[in-house]
Design a protein around this ligand. Structure first.
Ligand code: NAD
Length: 261
C-alpha cells in the first residue's frame, strides 16, 4: 500500500497538461498540498472542466534553469513528489530547448539531490514524449523496447531524450530517490492551445486542399485526462515500497485506439 502523497510540486503546472495534473492530484483522498512552479501564473480556468478551487493551490514563480529559485521553492513547499512537466512549446530555437529541457532538468535533479532535500523529496516523475523514439520512419506497435534513434528528428526530440536520461540516471541516487518518465503522444482535450487550434487554423486558410500520401496515416493522440491520471499513478507507485518495476523506467502513455491523422 502506497503512503499518501503529502506535498506535490508540479513544475510547469500553469501549462495545458499542468492544469490537468493539478486537477487530478486535487481529486486524491487524502488530498496532498498542491504547489505549482512555473515562469508564469496559471490561467483562469473554466469550472466546466476542472474540479479544483484555485484558492487551494499555491503558485511559486520559478525558473528551472535557476538553482537558487528552485532551492527556495523546495524549502517552501517540502514536496515528497515532484512532477516535472515544464518545456518550451513547439517551434522554438535549439538553444531554448537545450537550456530548459537539458540544463533545467539537470538543475532540478541536482538541487533535489542536495543533501538538504534527501529526507524530503522521494520521487520525481518526468513528462517525456513519445517522439523520443521517432526518426521519421513509420512506427507500428511501438513499445518501450524500441530504441532511441541515433539522430533525433529535431532539437525538441533530442532534448526530451536527454531530459529523460537525466531523470532516469538520478534513480536510486541520494537517499534512494525514485524516478520514472512518461511518454505521452500528441495531447488533446480541454485547454489545448496547440493541437486542435493549429488544425483549425490550417483548415481556415484552406491548408487542407492538398493531400500527401493515401490519407490513412495513424497517429496516437492521447487524451489529456489519461496523461494526468498516469502521472498520479506513477507518483503513487514510486512511493510504494512494495512496487519495484516502476522506478528507473520509461513508459508510453497511449489511448487504446490510434486516430487517423
Ligand atoms: P505547455 O507549454 O502548455 O506547458 C509547459 C509549461 O512549462 C508552461 O506553463 C511554461 O510556462 C512552463 N515552463 C517553460 N519553461 C519553464 C522554465 N524555464 N521554468 C519553469 N516553467 C517553465 O505545454 P504542454 O503541452 O502542457 O506540455 C507539458 C509537457 O508535456 C512538456 O514537457 C511537453 O514536452 C510534454 N508533451 C507535450 C505534448 C503535447 O502534445 N502538448 C506531447 C508529448 C509530451
Amino acid at each position: 500500500m502506497a503512503p499518501p502523497i503529502s506535498s506535490v510540486l508540479i513544475i510547469g503546472g500553469s501549462g495545458f497538461l499542468g492544469c490537468h495534473l493539478v486537477d487530478h492530484f486535487y481529486r486524491l483522498t487524502p488530498r496532498p498540498d498542491i504547489h505549482i512552479c512555473d515562469i508564469r501564473p496559471p490561467p483562469a480556468l473554466s469550472s466546466n472542466f476542472y474540479s479544483f478551487n484555485s484558492n487551494d493551490i499555491s503558485f511559486h514563480r520559478g525558473d528551472i534553469t535557476d538553482p537558487d529559485s528552485l532551492r527556495e521553492i523546495f524549502r517552501a513547499t517540502k514536496p515528497d513528489v515532484i512532477i516535472h512537466s515544464a518545456s518550451p512549446v513547439h517551434g522554438m530555437g535549439k538553444d531554448i530547448y537545450f537550456k530548459v529541457n537539458v540544463d533545467g532538468t539537470q538543475t532540478i535533479v541536482d538541487v533535489a539531490l542536495e543533501q538538504e532535500f534527501w529526507s524530503i523529496i522521494k520521487a520525481i516523475v518526468y513528462t517525456s514524449s513519445a517522439s523520443v523514439i521517432y526518426n521519421g520512419a513509420d512506427l507500428r506497435n511501438a513499445d518501450e523496447t524500441f530504441p532511441i534513434p541515433d539522430v533525433a528528428m529535431d532539437a525538441y526530440n533530442e532534448t526530451k531524450v536527454l531530459g529523460e536520461q537525466i531523470v532516469l540516471n538520478a534513480n536510486g541516487k541520494g537517499a534512494g530517490l525514485k524516478t520514472c518518465t512518461l511518454r505521452p503522444s500528441g495531447l488533446f482535450g480541454p485547454g489545448d492551445r496547440q493541437l486542435v487550434p493549429g488544425m483549425l487554423a490550417v483548415m481556415k486558410t484552406n491548408g487542407t486542399m492538398f493531400q500527401l500520401g493515401d490519407n490513412l496515416n495513424l497517429f496516437d493522440f492521447t487524451y489529456i485526462g489519461n496523461v494526468a491520471h498516469a502521472h498520479v499513478l506513477a507518483a503513487q507507485k514510486l512511493l510504494d515500497s512494495s512496487v519495484s518495476d516502476v522506478a528507473g523506467e520509461a513508459f508510453f502513455i497511449t489511448n487504446d485506439t490510434p486516430v487517423y491523422f
